[in-house]
Structure formats: structure tokens, C-alpha cells
Design a protein around this ligand. Sequence first.
Ligand SMILES: [Zn+2]
Length: 280
Amino acid sequence: MNTIKVDKIIRSKRRTLALEIKKDATLIVRAPFFVSNKMIEKFILEKISWIEKKKDEMRKRNVRFNTYKKVLSIMIESLENIIRYSEYLEKKNVYPEYGKIQEYDRYSGDFKNVILGDWNNVNNKIPEFIENKLEHTTLWIDEYTTCIECYNFMRIVHDSYSWQLNGMITEYGYVCRKCIEKDINYLIEEYKNTNNKAIPDWSIELVKNEGYICLDDNENESCKIFENGWYEGQNDHPDDIIKSIEDNLGEHINNKYDYLFAINSVGQFDIHYSLFLKEL
Ligand SMILES: [Zn+2]
């Protein structure tokens, strides 16, 4: 026979029996003085399926409630930590910037969310907390800037001899590679027909698609590569290159072509570049 534990019987001057399931899934019976325990037992047996259903609802509710309580306490704890850490960082003159970084400038691994700051005078625990608990990577604020188009961070300081900017510099600020790739004419308009700027290597294929063709090396049937650097003979100068083309044409280069200088590679002591022309 099914039995159900009665947690409490409350007797009073009432005239009827009543059952109540409390939030903690306990069963309370309210009964008149004159009703015997046997009668109460019988009453409960009649209501057994309702009682079990209610108890089950309350237990599930408690599981959910306890889960939320736990999550909330973890959130509050993190929030307290964040506040504590940001107060500390302000004392150390670190005003961290939160944001995303474009994937080309990943320092290592597969991260996207970063916090920039000057971590020099900061206890190691802070970057550790940021990396482990906030799942943001800490980077040095003086090595990155914000793209003026998409507001993501981009690296502006070299991290190797062969490093090239994944973006471009305009008079308004830096624009990231992702934004340029959406519209290569942005880069072309900024860099064309100037002798003191050159497009980075990753953009060469994109300008080719816009009809730019490299000035070729007649002997090798490939792009003519110019060199400038500390090694002997590396003294090609963009002004001279344009002048010699104009001497051949017998007129200003822009009467016939738009042109772009392009960086092919950068070394510790030298730079290799080429010239792309688009017939007008
Ligand atoms: Zn951008």
C-alpha cells in the first residue's frame, strides 16, 4: 500500500480537512480537533496522486531555484572581482580597453576578445584573472589601435622583421584589412599615384582584380622587383622609377596610367617592391 509521510498536522477549530504542500515539498495537514488520525490517513490516501504531483513540482522548482542561486552567486562574485580589479587598475593608471581583434593580428591561438592595457606595473594575477575567468586575452595598449571604420583593434607595431601592416593609414586614422577587403578602392584611392606610400603584400591580388598590372621584367617575364636597403646596389628610388617611365612615354605618367607601388617583402635591412599600372 502506498503511504505518504505527513510532516505536520495542525489542528484547529476549523470544520474541514485540508492539505498543503510547502515550498520545501513537505506535507502539512490542517484538521479539525474531532477528526481522528485514521480519518486523516484515509483522506491522504484518496488524495495521493495529487500530493505526489505537487511534491514533484516543488522538488523540481527547488532544483531550478538552487541552480539559479548558484549561478547568481558566481556572477556576483565575478562582478565583485571585476570591480575590485578595475579599482586596482585605475590606481595603477591602467585604463583597460575592451574589444575584438581582427584575426590577422592574432598574437597566438584562437582568440578574438581582448583587453588592451599597460600591464607593466600590474600584479601578474590580474592578466591571469582576465585570461582565465573573463576569457579575454591581454595585449599591450601601445601596440594596437582601433580601426576607424569597424572599431576593432589592429596591430600597428611590428613583431618580426617581415611584418607588414594589416591595414592602411589615412589622414583620419588606421583602417583595418577586413574593412579594406570589403572595398579595395578605399586603399587604391588612398595609395594611387604617390611615390611615398606602398600597398602591403596581402593587397596585391586585390588590386590585380581591379585591373592593375605589374611593370614587368622583360628578361624574367615576371614582375620587376625594385630593392632599397643597406646592401650594395639596393638603391632603387620610386621618384627615379616614375621619371624613367615618363621619359619613355614622353609625357606625364598620369596621362596614361594610374599607378601603385606595392611592397613584396620586408627584411631586416631592406625592402622589395614593385610597381602596378592601370591603363586609363
Ligand atoms: Zn576595420
